[in-house]
Design a protein around this ligand. Structure first.
Ligand SMILES: Nc1nc2c(ncn2[C@@H]2O[C@H](COP(=O)(O)OP(=O)(O)O)[C@@H](O)[C@H]2O)c(=O)[nH]1
Ligand SMILES: [Mg+2]
Length: 291
């Protein structure tokens, strides 16, 4: 993981510089977070960059997340004074949900404009978030099905391009790319578990063991059902032993790396059910001062 930590700061500084530039031109920022890892998919330094720029938290991939935990997270964000929506970004209601929430955030400002005779001004927005959180998908679903948006292009200086939506939003066509902050070992693990980090960057067996540790508490039956294990395996076997048993059940002999890979794939594709890895009370990323 150390390689990643050293690799990010330069990119992040550049991404933030670009974002500061772009912020001058928008009314609101849509900060995307993955509903399965609402803490690990955020970058706390964004707060500083945004200042008092209006913001809407958009929890993506709720179709993969634990609905009960999504509610807990929504309440948590609201308790922090943040506006929040949660959705499957690919759903047909996405434009309505996002636009309605953005209008609400900007209601006072737009009422003031209306008093000055400015009617129906489009809301200009910047979509921001870590890689793979769903930025391009959201843009595609807000605009029209056929607008081509080709990847992220951080650092490219060019004339701003706006995408118009039928709901009177104007979106910067280049999303703001944020990098996750590896403040805590769990952050890296959670990003890996949800597929936000490339497999080449992670130790598969470590992650597989973290998956088992999580499911042992959260939803043990998802594992026993999927891999045809005895339900009481959790009482008699350690996580390492469970991984070995799964390896054998899958017919991979002693190649537990292959089993780890399969488990991760299953997890990311939702074959182990819906899950949310984090709760506000987990205190991930809260630096404990030990000096
Ligand atoms: N299940 C699910 N998949 C999503 C959702 N939003 C995005 N995705 C998928 O997540 C992956 C990454 O999305 P993308 O928009 O490319 O992320 P970006 O890197 O932030 O632009 C793609 O495979 C999308 O289809 C969602 O709400 N639910
Ligand atoms: Mg993209």
């Amino acid at each position: 993981m150390s390689q990643i930590i050293q690799w990010f700061p330069g990119h992040m500084a550049k991404a933030f510089r670009l974002m500061r530039e772009n912020l001058k031109h928008v009314d609101i920022v849509f900060e995307l977070v993955d509903a399965r890892i609402p803490l690990s998919s955020r970058n706390p330094e964004l707060d500083e960059v945004l200042g008092d720029k209006p913001r809407l938290i958009v929890m993506t991939k709720t179709d993969l997340a634990d609905p009960e935990r999504t509610s807990i997270w929504r309440a948590y964000f609201e308790s922090q004074g943040l506006s929040v929506v949660s959705l499957d970004t690919r759903g047909h209601k996405t434009p309505q949900i996002i636009t309605k929430a953005a209008r609400l955030v900007l209601a006072d400002k737009w009422a003031n404009l209306a008093e000055k005779g400015v009617q129906d001004k489009a809301i200009r927005a910047l979509v921001a978030g870590i890689p793979n959180v769903g930025k391009s998908t959201l843009l595609n679903h807000l605009v029209t099905k056929n607008v081509a948006i080709t990847g992220d292009r951080p650092g490219v200086t060019k004339k701003l391009q706006w995408l118009k939506t039928p709901t009177n939003l104007e979106l910067l066509d280049t999303p703001g790319v944020l990098w996750p902050k590896f403040v805590d070992q769990r952050v890296g693990q959670h990003l890996a578990m949800t597929g936000a980090i490339k497999d080449q960057l992670i130790n598969l067996d470590d992650i597989a063991l973290a998956v088992l540790k999580f499911f042992r508490e959260y939803n043990p039956e998802a594992i026993t059902t999927r891999y045809h294990l005895n339900k009481d395996i959790w009482e008699t076997q350690s996580d390492v032993d469970v991984l070995l048993t799964i390896t054998q059940k899958l017919g991979f002999k002693d190649d537990y790396n292959r089993a780890a890979e399969r488990m991760l794939l299953d997890l990311r594709r939702g074959k182990l059910g819906r899950y949310t890895l984090e709760l506000p009370s987990d205190n991930i990323g809260e630096v404990v001062d030990e000096s």
